[in-house]
Write a protein that binds this ligand. Structure first.
Ligand code: UD1
Length: 419
């Protein structure tokens, strides 16, 4: 069940591929399209399982969605449902992003607690606190959340105890029609937040400050139609670059914004990988042994937690010992166990992993326990001796479009077996 990838490791990857539009930008922007009484045309929407679930969520709420290739048209003129279907919410954590949009458009929303990757408890208290500060009454009962604005939302000062990506986005959406000015302090600074701001402003919203930690939203009456192209996926791109590095190859990834990938570039260089940065591409070359580097995940512009598993795979083959600290999620080391089954030497103590580099990994049966863990196992399989079977790849399909095809274009021996 869940499909598998069969990988014959050992071939150095060589060639060029392009990154797709960013999953983590596409999902909030799809939710934001619910705010407009009109049609949003979005380009560069990657064909992913998470995107398909979000599409269903929007349709259940009354939006008309047309998805052709990577172009998605969302017409939210008529929204007729404020209840987010619980089966879909549990499949996709990011579906909680429609809460802010529904609160703004329909003044009420009911949703089940969200699901998503199994990487620790992921509360949404900061989202709800933001809604309350905008004037919403929030009730949590029996696994459901109901939020309602009895009066028009009022601009407010909101300080986030933590720069949560989802809370920042949800509050931006909820505040778009508020009376007066909303200020979100200690907001997340990820590039995807800036993309959301750009989309909202094209719709006619007045949002500024994204990317700088303080976001100011001046309420407007209504939003109109627009078109928007999603920014490139920095995590997909970085994963493909690590594929080049871990196999001792040469891989160029096009269609990216290198400034979004600074922390990853620095760490790859520190590990001895040659990284050539151009205007909208990065090429890695790796013909030396990889050196051990320490990594600590942090909110942007720190090292992304979504690249931690892939870097752990790389470090498992480094010369020396790396310390990897995971500060964002409480339980994001499940891939360490699977990597150890391939011959890695990784010890986990709470949120710290000590990775002692080994000279080689050996293929075996491993399981993708979540999206990025699955990516890490593919990378390990590409570098390992013999055959690696990565099971349960439905997790990987949540966030990587046709990763097997992209890797095959670079010379990897990887086949998909549906199941
Ligand atoms: C987003 C990304 C995900 C990435 C993560 C961190 C999307 C669709 N997903 O997830 O790929 O790994 O950012 O970069 O963009 N927290 C709370 N209370 C809250 C909200 C969050 O305690 O109300 C905690 C979470 O449990 C977690 C941490 O804050 O430990 C980070 O979460 P957050 O930044 O909100 O991540 P997501 O938006 O869920």
């Amino acid at each position: 069940m869940g499909g598998k990838f069969i990988i014959m490791g050992g071939a150095p990857l060589e060639g060029e591929v392009s990154a797709n539009g960013a999953k983590n930008s596409a999902l909030p922007i799809m939710a934001a399209a619910l705010l407009a009484k009109g049609k949003s045309v979005l380009y560069g929407i990657p064909r992913l399982r998470d995107v398909m679930v979000m599409k269903k969520v929007l349709e259940c709420l009354g939006a008309k969605v047309n998805y052709n290739g990577r172009c998605m048209e969302i017409d939210a003129t008529r929204l007729n449902n404020h209840k987010v279907p619980p089966d879909l919410t549990r499949k996709l954590r990011a579906s909680n992003l429609v809460m802010g949009a529904l609160l703004a458009r329909l003044r009420k929303v009911t949703a089940a607690y969200p699901g998503g990757c199994d990487i620790g408890s992921r509360p949404i208290d900061l989202h709800l606190k933001g809604f309350q500060l905008l004037g919403a009454e929030v009730e949590e009962k029996g696994g459901y959340i109901h939020a309602e604005l009895k009066n028009p939302p009022v601009g407010s000062e909101i300080y986030l105890d933590y720069p949560s990506v989802g809370a920042t986005e949800n509050i931006m959406l909820a505040a778009v029609f508020s009376r007066g000015k909303t200020v979100i302090r200690n907001a997340a600074r990820e590039p995807e937040i800036i993309d959301l701001q750009n989309f909202l402003n094209k719709l006619g919203a007045k949002v500024r400050g994204a990317g700088m930690g303080t976001i100011v939203i001046e309420g407007v009456e209504e939003l109109k139609e627009t078109e928007h192209e999603i920014i490139p996926d920095r995590i997909e791109a970085a994963t493909l670059l690590v594929a080049g590095a871990i196999t001792g190859g040469r891989v160029k990834v096009n269609n990216i914004i290198p400034e979004h990938m600074e922390a990853v570039i620095v760490k790859l260089r520190e590990a001895g990988v040659e990284v050539a940065v151009q205007h909208n591409s990065i090429e890695v070359t790796c013909d030396e042994t990889i050196g051990a580097v320490n990594i600590k995940t942090l909110p942007y512009p720190g090292f992304p937690t979504d690249m931690q598993p892939q870097m752990m795979a790389l470090m498992s083959l480094a010369e020396g010992t790396s310390i990897i600290s995971e500060t964002i999620f409480e339980n994001r080391f499940k891939h360490a166990l699977e990597l150890n089954r391939m011959g890695a030497d990784i010890t986990v103590e709470g949120r710290i992993a000590v990775v002692k580099g080994v000279p080689k990994l050996s293929g075996t049966f491993v399981e993708a326990t979540d999206l990025r863990a699955g990516a890490a196992l593919i990378l390990a399989g590409l570098a390992a001796e013999d055959i690696t079977v990565v099971e349960n790849i439905r997790h990987i399909d949540r966030g990587y479009e046709d990763i097997d095809l992209k890797l095959r274009a670079l010379g990897a021996k990887i086949v998909r077996v549906d199941g």
